[in-house]
Structures are given as C-alpha cells and as structure tokens.
Design a protein around this ligand. Structure first.
Ligand SMILES: Nc1nc2c(ncn2[C@@H]2O[C@H](COP(=O)(O)OP(=O)(O)OP(=O)(O)O)[C@@H](O)[C@H]2O)c(=O)[nH]1
Ligand SMILES: [Mg+2]
Length: 222
C-alpha cells in the first residue's frame, strides 16, 4: 500500500479479484449498486476531489475493485463495479458478480456498505435485493442513499425516500438523498460513516474520538 501517512485521498489499488486486494488494516467502506447509479461519482464527491474515481455516462465504467485511501478519517473507500447492466456480456457480468460477492463476504476489514438507489426509480431491483441479502448474510452494516437527488423536486424526493424506506422496512428518515452534482447529503453521509467507524472501535477509544464531518478528509490528492 502506498504510504498512507502522506496521502489525503489517493487511489492505492485497482484489482480484479479480492486475492489481489491491498493488505492493510484500515477500515473499508464500499459503494454498491446498479451500474450507472452514481457510485464512483459519490465516492469522489465525498472526498471533495475532482475526477478521483473514473465516471462515465455509459454504464459499466468500473470493472475492478478500486481502493482509495483517506487520511482523515483513516479509512479506505472502495469503488465496486456495478451490477445489472445486461450489455456487459455474460462473462464480464459473472466476473463482476464474483468480485462483489467475494469482497463482501470475505474482506475482513470491511466495515460497511453504502447501497445506492437512483432516486428517480425509487425501488429496488432484484439485483439490489440480492445485494441486501448478501450484506445481511455477511452481517455487514448497510447505509442506503438515494442518488441523483438533483433531478427530483423536494416533494418527489420525499416520496421516493418514503417508498424505499417502506420497501426496506427501515425507520423513516434513515435514507440519505445525495447529489454528486451539488453536494447534497455529503455531511449527512459522513456523519453516518463516522458513526460506523466509531462503533467499530473499542468503547473507550470511541468516546475520545472527536466527531468529524469529513470536510478535511481530502483537500488534496497525492
Ligand atoms: N445529475 C446527476 N448525475 C449524476 C450524479 N451522480 C452521477 N451522475 C452521472 O451518472 C453517470 C454514472 O455515474 P458513475 O459515477 O460513473 O456511476 P457508477 O455507479 O460508478 O457506474 P458503474 O461504474 O458503471 O457501475 C455519469 O454520467 C454521472 O455524471 C448526480 O448526483 N446527479
Ligand atoms: Mg463506477
């Protein structure tokens, strides 16, 4: 792994299988969801950097596991390939499904997953439900966000939020609307990621830790 002490946010690896993933003890938070839902964009938006994780208008842009180290908080964000894009071809889709499932089930320092749902669809596809099941079976924490919230009115967004919360049977207000275009949800998502980080530490350590919104996490890239 590239020396994390000198890194505020930088890509440290891009691999096609979990066995090639960087060996380190930093906690990881990974982005999962359909192809084109906005995973790479959201990861980049959270770091405050431009063009960190490659983004494309065409689905199927990310085909490997991308590891991005942040210094404050000490954390690795992981950009996973998307699922559900039929035109990728059967072999590649199978390879991607294996990559995701191996990563979610075996990665020991994986702290939690961020599941992205397009706010305009406001429903989970079969692949999304399979992802939720996989996360539950692997006992992974799951945060859910509604992406591309800039495309909806306030009213539409609130309906979308309620619909997904109802489908997932999770408390009202637990889903965070985000927009990588205008930064909506950045602070709220960082609060939840920080809570995950705290919960993973020893209680004594957790109380000493100052809360962070992640604003300082990535002012510059190496
Ligand atoms: N309007 C709007 N467009 C967005 C937002 N987030 C992503 N996009 C656009 O959606 C497209 C896909 O974004 P990506 O971040 O590449 O999506 P992805 O989930 O990483 O896609 P794969 O790597 O193919 O799985 C790009 O054209 C982005 O510019 C958002 O918040 N608002
Ligand atoms: Mg991507």
């Amino acid at each position: 792994m590239k020396n994390p002490q000198n890194v505020r946010a930088a890509k440290i690896a891009s691999v096609r299988s979990v066995s090639e993933a960087p060996q380190h003890s930093w906690p990881e938070v990974a982005f999962v969801g359909r192809s084109n839902v906005g995973k790479s964009s959201l990861l980049t938006m959270l770091t405050g950097l431009r063009n960190l994780a490659p983004v494309s208008k065409t689905p199927g842009r990310t085909k490997s596991l991308g590891f991005y180290a942040l210094k404050n908080p000490e954390l690795c964000l992981v950009d996973l390939p998307g699922y559900g894009w039929a035109q990728l071809g059967q072999d590649m889709r199978r390879q991607i499904a294996t990559m995701i499932s191996d990563y979610v089930t075996t990665r020991s320092n994986l702290l939690g997953l961020i599941l992205l749902i397009d706010a305009r669809r406001a429903e989970l596809t079969d692949d999304d439900w399979a992802m939720v099941k996989l996360a539950m079976e692997a006992e992974r924490a799951l945060l859910v966000v509604l992406t591309k919230s800039d495309k909806l009115s306030k009213n539409q967004l609130s309906q979308a939020r309620m619909a997904v919360e109802k489908a997932l049977e999770i408390p009202k207000g637990s889903i965070i609307p985000v927009s990588s275009l205008n930064g909506t949800g950045k602070k709220e998502l960082w609060v939840q990621i920080t809570q995950l980080l705290k919960a993973s530490k020893e209680p004594a350590e957790a109380t000493d830790e100052a809360a962070t919104t992640g604003e300082d996490s990535a002012a510059t890239a190496e």
